[in-house]
Design a protein around this ligand. Structure first.
Ligand code: SDX
Length: 431
């Protein structure tokens, strides 16, 4: 974090408080308010943290006005086009692109951790068949700390490293098991001869009764979806993982907390909600009705897959996802996909509408992803588990960065108390 010779001066009841300003590599400068309470006996107030930096980080950078997303400085468009998910995992975890030897060693380590403890199979059988796969994932990932005691001591860098590899390796297996359990099919074990995305497709869609052919182009599209969702600065679920980690909780518990937060429809749950919305709209002629509802302050309806706290321009991931949707549907011979037609027309109409233009509401990562995932054969209930699977590397990279930061303290925000003033207890007979 670059110190500057600049300070921000706060005048408080004729008292001057000088607050240091730090310069970033890119993006806004920050005002360090850590001493504000001690010097001024006041808190800052920022529900939703719209103007608050919770940490300094070297992992991901978003420029919301330019619609730019960088993983360790590399543009997401270039990575989506030229890299692959496990290479992006290495980049997010260690900060640099690997050389040929490093990536081979890393992929071998991940591949050899893809199986889960056999006893964990019993966990799934404790859930109702119709349990949402996200409920299953929260439970099973949290339970990993009951199985992998040799990677829960966060003070040991080697155990932190093992926990990171285990999470990245086992999440596809757990997500696939949650899916198989929900449709009453037998679990399919991971295969070490398959790449990460092909392995996930095989664990989801193959059955013991017949061979399953993995379409390389679909595996590549799956791998690209993983890359697009891998990390995204201090979003709600990543902030949840950091906050849980700041108490010293074990990494599996922290990731389980992140999965729980991602499930919300305002966050990672939007991909499922968006496809359900597109289905509810049904046909292009009903779009104006839903646009009107999205603009109506008295109607809680929002256009799912639209808007973003940071992007006030196109989400670069949505652009890549839109191209990928065309490719996958073409590959699968799906030409007259009504849902895609509605999505493209909805995007066009919304982006010409003053309400959306004035509020800078653009399609986000969740707007097209559901169309691709549905075309690939996933039910809507698997959309957010796939987001969680992809984001695990981002969560664990941010968690590792926080744990290794000697400045980190337990996260404990204050509040603006507007409740009852001190008062004495009144016996029930006198109330
Ligand atoms: C993800 O943070 C991340 O990086 C998240 C994520 C990641 O990779 O981790 O990018 C993944 O969560 C993407 C977002 C997915 N969620 C959705 O698609 C749900 C629909 N979108 C909205 O709920 C909303 O846009 C949020 C939650 C995404 C952002 O909300 P903000 O930043 O709190 O903005 P806001 O709610 O204050 O909205 C600003 C204005 C409001 O109108 P006014 O009160 O100013 O009059 O825009 C309106 C909102 O009513 N608005 C919308 C809208 N989104 C915002 N109106 C209609 N439809 C929408 N989708």
């Amino acid at each position: 974090m670059a110190e500057t010779n600049k300070t921000a001066t706060l005048l408080l009841d004729n008292k001057k408080i000088e607050l240091p300003i730090y310069a970033p590599t890119a993006g806004p400068e920050v005002i360090d308010i850590r001493k504000l309470y001690a010097q001024g006996d006041v808190f800052t107030y920022d529900p939703g943290f719209t103007s608050t930096a919770s940490c300094d980080s070297t992992i991901t950078y978003i420029d919301g006005d330019k619609g730019e997303l960088l993983y360790r400085g590399y543009p997401i468009e270039q990575l989506a086009d030229q890299s692959h998910f496990l290479e992006v995992c290495y980049l997010l975890l260690y900060g640099e692109l690997p050389d040929a030897t490093q990536i081979e060693e890393f992929e071998t380590r991940v591949t050899r951790h893809t199986m889960v403890h056999e006893q964990m199979h019993n966990f799934f059988r404790g859930f109702r068949r119709d349990a949402h796969p996200m409920a299953t994932m929260v439970g099973v990932v949290g339970a990993m700390s009951a199985f992998y005691h040799d990677s829960t001591d966060i003070s040991d860098p080697w155990q932190r490293e093992v926990a990171a590899i285990r999470m990245i390796a086992k999440m596809p297996t757990i997500a696939a098991m949650a899916y198989k359990y929900s449709i009453g099919q037998p679990f399919v074990y991971p295969r070490n001869d398959l790449d990460y995305a092909s392995n996930f497709l095989n664990m989801c869609f193959s059955v013991p009764a017949e061979p399953y052919k993995i379409e390389p182009a679909l595996a590549k599209a799956m791998d690209r979806i993983f890359m697009l969702h891998a990390d995204h600065e201090q979003n709600a679920s990543t902030s949840t993982v950091r906050l849980a980690g700041s108490s010293g909780a074990n990494p599996f518990a922290c990731i389980a907390a992140g999965i729980a937060c991602l499930w919300g429809p305002a966050h990672g749950g939007a991909n499922q909600a968006c496809l359900e919305m597109l289905r509810e709209i049904g046909t292009v002629d009903r779009i104006p009705e839903f646009i009107a509802r999205a603009k109506d302050k008295n109607d809680p309806f929002r256009l799912m897959g639209f808007g973003h706290r940071v992007y006030k321009n196109f989400d670069p991931r949505a652009k890549v996802m839109k191209e990928s949707a065309d490719e996958v549907l073409e590959l699968l011979g799906i030409h007259d996909n009504e849902t895609l037609k509605v999505a493209k027309e909805l995007e066009k109409i919304a982006l010409e509408d003053e309400y959306f233009v004035s509020k800078k509401l653009y399609p986000n990562v969740d707007f097209y992803s559901g169309i691709i995932l549905e075309a690939m054969g996933f039910p809507t209930s698997m959309f957010t588990p796939i987001f969680a699977l992809s984001r695990t590397v981002g969560w664990i990279s941010q968690w590792k960065e926080m744990i290794a930061d000697q400045h980190q303290k337990i996260g404990r925000p204050r509040q603006l108390y507007v409740g009852a003033p001190r008062r004495d207890y009144v016996d029930v007979a006198k109330r």
